[in-house]
Write a protein that binds this ligand. Structure first.
Ligand code: BES
Ligand code: ZN
Length: 991
């Protein structure tokens, strides 16, 4: 070990004591360190320490009797778990500030791949005497200091710090452990310095590498971060829990051709020259007190668009080509408006001096709310005015609104621990609709929450394998347990019940309580009942009458899984509730202290009268006021603001269904969707007949609106999954074609034969559905249209003549009806495109081919990151499984390669569980159930990580499917046959 290295470390010691000089010293250290490394001829760190915990024998002996003193027959006493064996940090030490330098190497080192080095000093306070320092650290190699230890401890006065007895890294709990010879004392401040190196891998987590090919055909590398939930520890040693808030001074070092950004604006920039290479060093302003999971730092050659709105600098960063093509314009245009909306909704100004948003070519989730530097996958931020669809635009708007909502709710005020993740994500998932609606007022985007959140999550919250929204703090410990919380329950049930709450409190009271909460807990941490407490105060100051406290009402929704079906006997006004289970024969093993009853706000109306709210407090109640006369119907859960399904007496159902057939527009559009969605699900749970549910779809031949159609299609998609491999499918296709024909013809005329397109978002969506269903179920006119468009494109690949909103359907159908030629053409176009939304459409359409060999080849491509980016791999496999031909191929594929797939994607959150869901969705035979059980058995050892729950859900769903198919196949087939009018079978299909 060269001397200079230690001298520089001593310098650090002096430097940290004089806090103003600390940063510069660390940088100087890094420079010297780098020079040292070069001297050491490529060996990067002085010594590679071992990463194992000390063997028990090397640990201090405890006062407990050792096993050798016990009689041989006695069991060995298990030593109490050491603090480093626990996943949660002890309360002994709390960080206050970090000085952090990171230096990513973006040129590939011929010997050792891409990597980064860094140095960090954390200043912390001792709150309880302790002789162990635990700080998270994962997959980093730490340099040894002159005493051979992995960190250097300092006091902030002149007193000597306790000596380190031993320091080591733990694999499982991901700590750097520093065992001291004497104790740190409560009330005293210390600092701890480390130097480290990590791989700048393409693993989409921690400090990682993303690559793209620029407009000159050159591969460019960028270094970026994804910390949430537990990967900041992969970038630098830190107290990596959300309540361990601290301030951060971040410094980045990089070559002059790049730019560096972080949570805050730069404070200082200078250049250092080493071996004739100029390195730029940027120090950033100190952050406010914040959690580690919200940190971000990025070195890239990206360009940006900017504007100042309301005193806040807004920048949109992306590849130069994307910026030049105007793909960042929409994001820039809406960001200021969204920030302004949230400033007024939260009644707090945006907490930071700037807001950066960046589109990354490789990104695991959709987007991440890092404070002041939000990261996105390209499709979630970039919008091409000519080449992206209406759906792409809505997605961009909503994702931006979601992440900006977190800048206050989540970032300024943060959950104490991940068990309350639902509050963070559920809240953002609710108010993203409010933010989006403010910007695009004509879109009616708020209505979509019913389809995309309420109904989406009903499907899994109606299973016995569901779980309560809220978990206890002690239940959530490991990174896998934390990752598993990022599920539809947290997001969509969270959003749905907060929407219900805001509705029954009225928005005025909800916002008042929310404002108080954000004020009170700024820069701090909370548990979810803190929000309810502030809302309660707002209620107390209002003249609102509620049947209990907010906590009493809401704990039924947060602390027990599932939701009720409310049954209304409209004649007697008798109303009752029951835990809604999709499989009526399944048994709930999870106990609930509320016995699966809820306090339910029931909004209801009679025809032509204003809605009113009554509360159902117990399992039954009486609403005598209902009393409908003659053909008057009752409709409950208006606009589905309540998180429950509704059942009526058969007579009321008949009146509603009749009214749909006579004059459907008399009923609110969301409730038209609800009548079908609730009927289908009540039928699945045996409250109604399946054929009665099918009856509710007859009126669709007149329906033009997106929301009811989409609700019906989502439910009928289940029929398709269950029946597309047997003889029900023929009659089902005939029925679907018959029902959609009017919608298809309406849009064909409206668009003047697919040449000019509707303005309203919902109409565009409805048109897309018309084409998707018509083509998908073999309407000849539609299929010919799709093929003609695609042929034209193949004849001149330079000009794509396909209207952007029809692209997904046209590509998919042309590839399904075509062969290798059509497939290869789309593949070629996929390689060429620099528009991420276009790439998404092509990638999903490639899964539509009916040729097994093409599908198998495509599955293999998902393992080759030069063909399919890692971020897109699981989605691609899922789209192949959705294809009836691809389904068994995808299942074989993931079974055969489970270990590899698990290693690649198992640690992450969303996509992994959707992979399991995706490949098992069609399972409905005993044989498939056996295979699934076998799969579970065979892979016990490898495990299922964040997909564990998804596997349980898949098993439960498969069992329910088997029964359902058995019970319904014949009657459904008969129903479809009789529901098809004779002339409809003349509508021919190519397939
Ligand atoms: N905080 C999440 C991102 C995230 C998800 C980090 C999972 C770590 C694990 C972010 O706020 C988010 O929710 N993103 C969504 C988009 C949003 C519009 C629902 C996503 O990534 O899909
Ligand atoms: Zn979020």
């Amino acid at each position: 070990m060269a001397q200079g290295f230690f001298v520089s470390k001593t310098l650090v010691l002096v430097g940290v004591l004089i806090s103003a000089a600390a940063l510069a010293t660390i940088i100087a250290l890094a420079v010297v360190y780098a020079q040292e490394k070069q001297k050491n001829s490529g060996s990067d760190l002085p010594e590679i320490p071992d990463t194992d915990s000390p063997s028990p024998s090397s640990l201090p002996t405890s006062s407990l009797p050792t096993s050798s003193l016990l009689p041989p027959s006695s069991p060995t006493p298990t030593p109490p778990p050491q603090p480093w064996d626990k996943y949660r940090l002890p309360e002994t030490l709390k960080p206050e500030h970090y000085d952090l330098l990171l230096w990513p190497r973006l040129d590939k080192d011929p010997q050792k791949n891409y990597y980064f080095t860094g140095s960090s000093t954390v200043f912390f306070r001792c709150h309880q005497d302790t002789d162990v320092i635990l700080i998270h650290c994962n997959k980093l190699t730490l340099a040894k200091w002159e005493d051979g230890e992995l960190a250097k401890l300092h006091t902030t006065d002149d007193s000597p710090p306790p000596k380190i007895e031993r320091s080591w890294l733990t694999n499982d709990t991901q700590y750097l452990v520093i065992k001291l010879r004497s104790k740190l004392s409560s009330g005293t401040n210390y600092s701890l310095s480390t130097e480290f190196e990590g791989a700048l891998a393409d693993d989409l987590s921690g400090f990682y590498r993303s690559e793209y090919i620029n407009e000159h055909g050159k591969t460019r590398v960028i270094a970026t971060t994804q910390m949430q939930p537990t990967d900041a520890r992969k970038a630098f040693p830190c107290f990596d829990e959300p309540a361990m808030k601290a301030t951060f001074n971040i410094t980045l070092k990089y070559k002059e051709e790049y730019k560096a950004i972080s949570n805050m604006l730069p404070l200082d920039n200078y250049t250092v020259t080493e071996n004739k290479i100029n390195w730029k060093v940027t120090t950033f302003n100190q952050t406010p007190k914040m959690s580690t999971y919200l940190l971000a730092f990025i070195v890239s050659d990206f360009e940006y668009l900017n504007e100042i709105a309301n005193g806040t600098l807004i920048r949109i960063w992306a590849r130069k080509q994307a910026i030049d093509e105007g793909q960042g314009n929409y994001a820039l245009n809406v960001t200021g408006k969204i920030l302004q909306f949230f400033e007024s909704y939260y009644n707090i100004t945006y907490p930071l001096p700037k807001s950066d948003q960046i589109a990354l070519p490789d990104f695991n989730a959709g987007a991440m709310e890092n404070w002041g530097l939000v990261t996105y996958r390209e499709t979630a931020l970039l919008y091409h005015p000519d080449l992206s669809s209406a759906g792409n635009k809505e997605r961009v708007l909503k994702v931006i609104a979601h992440e900006l909502a977190h800048q206050w709710f989540g970032n300024l005020v943060t959950i104490k621990w991940w068990n309350d993740l639902w509050l963070n994500e559920g809240f953002a998932s609710y108010v993203e609709y409010l933010g989006a609606d403010k910007v695009e007022q004509g879109w009616n985007v708020k209505d979509l929450i019913v389809l995309k959140d309420v109904y989406k999550v009903f499907a899994i919250d109606a299973l016995t394998s569901s779980h309560p929204l809220s978990s206890d703090e002690i239940e959530i410990n490991t990174p896998a347990e934390i990752n598993e919380l990022f599920d539809a329950i947290s997001y969509s049930k969270g959003a749905s019940i907060l929407r219900m709450l805001s509705n029954f409190l009225t928005e005025r009271v909800f916002v008042k309580g929310l404002n108080a909460y954000l004020q009170k807990f700024s820069y701090g941490n909370t548990v979810y009942t803190d929000l309810f407490g502030c809302l309660q105060e707002a209620v107390n100051e209002s003249n609102l009458k509620l049947p209990g406290t907010i906590n009493e009402i809401m704990s039924r929704w947060t602390r027990q899984m599932g939701f009720p079906v409310v049954t209304i006997d409209t004649k007697s006004g008798h109303v009752s509730q029951k835990h809604f289970l999709l499989d009526p024969n399944s048994t709930v093993t999870r106990p609930s202290k509320y016995n699966y009853t809820w306090i339910v706000p029931i909004t209801w109306m009679k025809r032509n009268s204003a809605p009113q709210t009554d509360w159902l407090l117990n399992s039954q109640g009486l609403f005598p006021i209902m009393n409908p006369s003659g053909d008057e119907w009752i409709l409950a859960n208006i606009n589905v603001t309540g998180y429950y399904r509704v059942n009526y007496d058969e007579e009321n159902w008949k009146k509603l269904v009749n009214h749909l057939l006579i004059n459907h527009t008399d009923l609110p559009v969301i409730n038209r969707a609800q009548i079908m969605a609730d009927s289908f699900n009540l039928a699945r749970a045996k409250y109604r007949n399946t054929t009665a549910a099918l009856e509710t779809t007859r009126y669709l031949s007149k329906e033009l609106e997106y929301i009811p159609w989409e609700a019906a299609l989502e439910n009928l998609a289940y029929f398709q999954l269950m029946f597309d491999r047997n003889d029900v499918f023929g009659p089902m296709r005939d029925y679907m074609r018959q029902q959609v024909e009017n919608l298809y013809n309406h849009f064909k005329t409206e668009t003047n034969n697919w040449t000019k397109f509707p303005d309203s978002l919902m109409d565009q969506y409805s048109m897309i559905n018309a084409v998707r269903v018509a083509c998908g179920h073999g309407l000849l006119d539609c299929q010919e249209m799709a093929q003609a468009f695609y042929r034209k494109w193949m004849n001149n690949s330079m000009v794509n003549p396909i209207p952007v909103d029809l692209k997904s359907s046209v590509y998919c159908n042309a590839i399904a009806l075509g062969n290798e030629k059509q497939w290869d053409f789309a593949w070629k176009m996929l390689q060429k495109t620099t528009i991420a939304t276009e790439a998404d459409k092509l990638r999903s359409a490639l899964a539509c081919t009916k040729q097994s060999w093409l599908l198998n080849r495509y599955l293999e491509y998902t393992l080759d990151t030069s063909k399919i980016r890692k971020q897109d791999a699981t989605k691609t496999i899922i789209s192949i499984a959705r294809n009836v031909i691809g389904q068994p191929l995808a299942w074989d594929f993931i079974r055969a390669k489970w270990k590899y797939i698990y290693q690649q994607y198992g640690g992450g959150s969303f996509s992994f569980s959707s992979l399991i869901k995706g490949v098992t969705e069609r399972f409905s035979t005993e044989f498939e159930l056996q295979q699934l059980e076998q799969f579970k058995k065979d892979n016990q050892e490898i495990g299922f990580g964040s997909g564990t729950r998804a596997l349980e859900q898949a098993l439960e769903n498969t069992k329910a499917n088997i029964k359902w198919v058995d019970e319904n196949k014949d009657s459904v087939k008969k129903w479809f046959i009789t529901a098809v009018k004779p002339q409809s079978s003349k509508i021919k299909s190519l397939l």
